[in-house]
Design a protein around this ligand. Sequence first.
Ligand code: IMP
Length: 417
Amino acid sequence: MNKAVIGLQWGDEGKGKIVDYLSENFDLVTRYQGGNNAGHTVIVENITYKLNLIPSGVIRGKVCFLGQGIVLDPDHFIQEYKKITEKITDPRIYLSSNIPLILNYHKQLDRINESILTGESKIGTTSKGIGPAYQDKVGRKSIKLYDLTNPHSLKEKLSSIKKFYDPILKTFDEDLIDIDKNLELLNNFFIQVKNLIVDNNVIKKDYFNKKILFEGAQGALLDLDHGSYPFVTSSNTISSNISIGSGLQVNYETIGIFKAYATRVGNGPFPSELFDKIGDYIADKGVEFGTVTKRKRRCGWLDLVSLKYSCEINNVKELCITKVDVLNELDEIKICKSYEGKQFQDINFSDSAYLSNCKLNGSDFEIFPSWGNIDGMMNYDQLPQNLKNYVNFIEEYLNLPIKIVSLGPERNQTILR
Ligand code: IMP
């Protein structure tokens, strides 16, 4: 069966590591949304791989496909591709010819958008031009990879884009769009990647009846339609975007990934956020600093209310919990199980105003005693009973099995149940 690995929180759940772990049994690993706003670090046999766009199946030499639902920054892709070729010989990576590109003006517009928002209303984007690139896709102005084969129409497209955006760029003292410079950049890029570009139907035909692993980026609570709007990313991160974003109309089962606690980068509601030294401790021990922007991540207790919602909207069938080891030394560990007494059915997870004003109290939490050191434990039976109780509580609340327990960043620090 094909599988989808989906983040159930606000991103950074450890999807990269789990995709690497699972990809052994798949023929193709596919991204279907997002861009280089995503970032993950995978450690295998003491070698660290940092990836943003390329699915981590590449580490095992799997064929990787970037579907049309992603947005691709040419300069970034070339850098990432070069870096991966230093570690992996002949990586097999294909790019859908329908992928829309992120160009410099998208990054300028991302900056402008953020600069006109004030205080708490700032989104805190990754500044990678993601939102404006998706705006262009919906606004039918994208330059797509297939456009690079036709310099004449490419120039025409860039001319109308320039007419549309130059007045805004001028107002904000940004450089205006330089058509020749963009044409040169795109031409150089095309020369370097033309052998990687494929039409969707080629992948469809070649991987018909083969096993596909879909790698989600960001997390369900950052979904454009289902997350805490406007503090979301600009793509649909949930599993129902898979067919559209990959161009592959296949069935799959969803494995939902979550950390044993919660983190969020950028602004937006976070009901179980910790503002005390425990939050700082988790951030330090969990190395909760953005791989893309280096920003310190906000940390909080595991929130089962939003997790239950994420499981529902992704049709999750099984679960994976990561970074359990980060909580080992805490005296007590909490889990959020309601918002002011309310359950997920009574909450609108898009309504940021409601979520931001939500004040949790003691009865919204379940408290668990410490489980102590779990270093070197390689199977589930070895784990301390207190940790098993924690896991059981989550499974019962979500009514789903936790099939994978990740105890550290290395591939082999993973327990399959
Ligand atoms: P954008 O995707 O750069 O437009 O940023 C929108 C929001 O999503 C911001 O709060 C970002 O911090 C957040 N975001 C985007 N990508 C990721 C990710 O991969 N992990 C965590 N947060 C992300």
